[in-house]
Ligand binder design. Sequence first.
Ligand code: UGA
Length: 451
Amino acid sequence: MFSVRISVLGTGYLGATHAAALARWGHIVSGVDVDPHRVDLLSRGVAPFHEPGFADLLREGVASGRLTFSTDVAAVDGADVHFLCVGTPQLDGADGADLSALWAAVEALAPELGRDALVVGKSTVPVGTAALLQERIDDLTPPNHGVEVAWNPEFLREGHAVEDSLRPDRLVLGTASDAAEARLRAVYCRLLADGVPVVRTDLQTAELAKASANVMLASRISVVNVLAQVCEAANADIGRLTEILGLDSRIGPQYLSPGIGFGGGCLPKDLRAFSSRAGELGVDTAAQLLGAVDDVNTYQRQRTVDLATRLLDGRPRGRRVAALGAAFKADSDDIRDSPALSVATSLAAVGARVRVHDPEAGRHLSGRSDLETRDTVESACDGAELTLVLTEWAQFAALDPVALGSVVARRVVVDGRLVLDPHRWTRAGWTVHALGRGDPWPPADTARRAG
Ligand code: UGA
């Protein structure tokens, strides 16, 4: 098998999964990270985060000897292709992206770069960053050293990182030369053999491809949530409406789930960074449109808090509330900018006694004084006057409303993700509330028909 020596700088969700996928394809991979604890875990084949299938892929790579990790950037020695996978979070106090980790990685990497090395960006960055990186690398390496920058954005989702890496929808190769493209094609020869579509483009279009995909997804979710608001006002059913929309082949069914909105380490900050960069480029309409997308998203969290407060008779202080879910989405233990956690925290801030259960993210809440964490749904719901479903975990959708009804103090549930079957829950004596449906559900005439 054709094997390339590769380094991966930054071993978060993106970098660690990418490194393990590269090793699966037969390449020799050195992962480098500044966090010694993370490097220690990865080196021992232990996954530092919850990601279905990742632990097996990691163990396979480490056991094969093709996948190693280090805190020492000198470990990249001998590699021809270097992937930049460091985080690009939102700037403190501003909408733009904080690229300090990216620049630090390049400064550290430059002295280690061999002649004609290829440096490939994967992180989400403002358009124009690759060109600046190329200039900086030219300054930091000897004249005519021939190091080239390419951009190969990553579209993996948390919770699906492994399948998205091994079977991506497309490969985007942003390169300034045929030689760089050929080298990236060698890295991805397994995916090319599997028929994964490839688009070769310039550096700036490749940079934009990633940010634009997240902007499209975020916008779509906020449009759905506006539709949900109209459904509520008109006593219509957003669940049925999105089903109808999804059957339109031009619209499709994905990213049509309404509820408390999007969160996580990517969509919110990428939306703001894109808008900020567009403004710098003189495109003011981006801020108008995407500012509204952001506002609708934040408003969904507030509306959920308002609904919960109303269901506690406007007196949340001292009332027991069960919050099912803390992760920003199902199949992830990530709580960064989590809508679920935001709702739970806001209710705790007005005095509610909030008990949280999340299948994976609960351990990140230890030490918090405002929220109690519980290991099971039942113990979180014990004596609760209000139950909130805030993350779309499959196990929450599958809960038995009859059994749960016997542990709560009041059978009142807010379905923040529209994952519960309202017929089942209503039959078990629950009052079911959800943003985007007649409130409470079902409306009287539907209830009679459902029998
Ligand atoms: C997102 C993109 O989907 C990936 O393609 C991208 O690579 C990644 O960001 C990134 O930039 O690294 P991720 O943050 O893992 O991936 O999350 P998504 O699955 O896109 O979900 C984002 C949020 O939207 C979650 O809070 C989810 O609950 C919410 N969501 C999603 C909805 O509210 N409704 C939907 O219909 C879909």
